[in-house]
Design a protein around this ligand. Structure first.
Ligand SMILES: *Cc1c(COP(=O)(O)O)cnc(C)c1O
Length: 366
């Protein structure tokens, strides 16, 4: 049975590899030869334990995670990490430095302000978040516990193309929307977190990669933390203190296998550059009709944001694109315009189709 699928440009939850979906479908009724489907099996079963272990091994392999780092699977989305990061890392007398590059980093800051002392190390908000700050624009606190950055700004369509330089301070990075899209030098980070639903799986699981020495809360302070908000709970119980999100973890496991078959993250980064280039060329090619939101050196390879001459044309663009088999192109409500999200699993044929459509639409309406 083949199912009709369209080009899904959604920003998240987003497109998943078809191979992964087909395998998951088959395993809904019976995981391997077990006779029990993946939605029905105990998280303590040997089948699930093997899935969890392989997911971790493959993520470590793909990202080159050095020893001394834990790979954890949590619930609560990236948004829960906005709270867990300061609750676990912001010790009394220290400051959480935040680099503001979009809506999600602002939300992360607001949660940290509830917990302790914070400082804005840099912001590009006065420029409508069109760009990522240069290293020389980062002014971090002397008493910094960490410097929080957001590697890809899903809403505005900007992405860091240099590793943040915080002069030796530990970097905590929200990688939700470009996680596993390119190689990362994990050793430069104290903690990385990513909600799975943009690039790594379905909604419901968040991957956290944390260096052991980041966790310095003493026993008394830890005792005051709710058990589910303490990273040590996940470390000590191998992410299984309570029932973990079994199905989302299973899908992340299949996606990690798929990425390894694909050839790893360097290969995936090339693929993503080629896809994004097609659409950016269409923006730049029709002079004046499309206006990209991001500054050129900050353009995201995952979320491509642009405006048309009028809002009426933007609405028509999204409508006609949908009729042509391309959905999810309407920009985020806070920004407007058009946003094309082209995560790992998004096919190059879809980027070609959009680029053709853009050129044709501009010719008809320009
Ligand atoms: C989507 C997103 C979030 C929010 O993720 P939830 O899992 O919905 O909490 C946070 N940060 C970034 C960069 C995102 O793209």
């Amino acid at each position: 049975m083949t199912t009709h699928r369209i080009f899904n440009f959604s920003a998240g939850p987003a497109v998943l590899p078809e191979e992964v979906l087909v395998e998951a479908r088959d395993n809904l009724l019976s995981l391997g030869q077990s006779g029990i489907g993946i939605l029905e099996c105990s998280h303590r079963s040997k089948e699930f334990e093997a899935i969890l272990a392989e997911a971790e091994t493959n993520l470590r392999e793909l990202l080159g995670v050095p020893s001394g780092y834990r790979v954890l699977f949590l619930s609560g989305g990236a948004t829960m990490q906005f709270s867990m990061v300061p609750m676990n890392l912001l010790l009394p007398g220290t400051v959480g430095d935040y680099v503001l590059t979009g809506e999600w980093s602002k939300k992360a800051l607001i949660e940290a302000q509830r917990v302790g002392e914070t400082h804005v190390a840099a912001t590009t908000e006065p420029e409508q978040f069109r760009r990522i700050p240069r290293s020389d624009e980062l002014h971090c606190s002397e008493r910094s516990a960490y410097v929080h950055t957001t590697s890809n700004n899903t809403i505005w369509g900007t992405e860091w193309h240099h590793e943040p330089d915080a002069a030796g301070r530990p970097i905590v990075c929200d990688m939700s929307s470009d996680f596993l899209s390119r190689p990362v030098d994990v050793a430069r980070y104290g903690l990385i977190y990513a909600g799975a639903q943009k690039n790594a799986g379905p909604a419901g699981v968040t991957v956290v990669i944390v260096r052991d020495d980041m966790l310095r809360l003493d026993k008394a302070a830890q005792a005051k933390l709710p058990i589910m908000l303490n990273y040590r709970t996940y470390i000590e119980n191998k992410s299984m203190y309570n029932t973990p999100p079994v199905f989302p973890i299973y899908i992340v496991h299949l996606v990690a296998r798929w990425l390894r078959r694909f050839g790893g993250l360097a290969k995936m980064a090339e693929h993503n550059r080629a896809k994004a280039q097609l659409i950016y060329d269409a923006i730049d090619g029709v002079s004046g009709f499309y206006r990209g939101h991001a500054a050129r050196d900050s353009r995201s390879l995952m979320n491509i944001t642009f405006r048309l001459p009028t809002e009426a044309l933007e609405e028509q663009f999204a409508k006609e694109a949908k009729a042509a088999g391309m959905d999810g192109l309407k920009g985020h409500r806070s920004v407007g315009g058009i946003r094309a999200s082209v995560y790992n699993a998004f096919p190059i044929a879809g980027a070609q189709a959009l680029a053709h459509f853009m050129t044709d639409f501009a010719a008809r309406h320009g």
